[in-house]
Design a protein around this ligand. Sequence first.
Ligand code: RRO
Length: 304
Amino acid sequence: MVKPNLKVKIGGLELKNPVTVASGTFGSGEEYRKLVDLNKIGAIVTKSVTLKPREGNPPPRVVETPSGMLNSIGLQNDGIDAFIKDKVPFLNKVKTAVIVSIAAHRVEDYAAIAGKLDKIKRVDAIEINISCPNVEGGLEFAREPGSAAAVVRAVRRASKKPVITKLSPNVKDITEIAMAVEEAGSDAVSLVNTFTGMAIDIDTRRPVLGNVVGGLSGPAIKPIALRMAWETAKKVKIPIIGMGGIMCYEDALEFIIAGASAVQIGTANFVNPRVAVEIIDGIEEYMRKEGIKNIKELTGCLKR
Ligand code: RRO
């Protein structure tokens, strides 16, 4: 059988395969370069960057939970100017798509960051993070269709790059937000960000995390994330990038069959830095076995 075609299109951006690594779980890829062949990954989504540097939340920032983890990093990053100066030179050497995640507290700040990134050739797309659960007001834009759409419109005006909007599961109806950002011009949606949660140390009777609450990720959230991807796929025409507890190629295929055009691998990178490449190989092998020539045949092929 000929080699299966794994190429997918996200707006105007073509990815060599649908397996990408999620923001905040892979840095800018540099720390991983000796552990995994970065050029094989469909895209690297970099840690969310803000207009000005941020120190992040007080430690502890991470705690393991049954079948998952809570994080409360608090958007630590060096700011957009340092990102362009320090991270882009490395990314210039990587032969895969680069999607830069951006976050802000004000619509005009999202636009300012997008405007700076618009000038950087290496940046293939922008992921608008409107769903950080760990900073005050971080979820504000993701909770209402109107405010989510306002951010997308501002980024659209500031940049010609393809725009992906990352949605929060901590909302009444994620499909409403997805439809609003589609209407506002988002080229794709990625979902889901982490679920707000907490852990308590019964010896000290204090919260485990320095910021009290954090974002839950990992296999514990997979069935809920999958349901949200499936519901959203029925409501929007733009591509969906699915994520939430994907640990192996079978998990990735579930999201694709539910309607995702691509997936992001997050928590699993902390367990196995090579997991994204193993998932790509697993999907290819599955397609060979099943006689599927093009990955697009699988997107949304769920039988009822
Ligand atoms: O930095 C974080 O604490 C963080 C972010 Br920006 C996000 O979008 N999701 C998350 O779980 N943590």
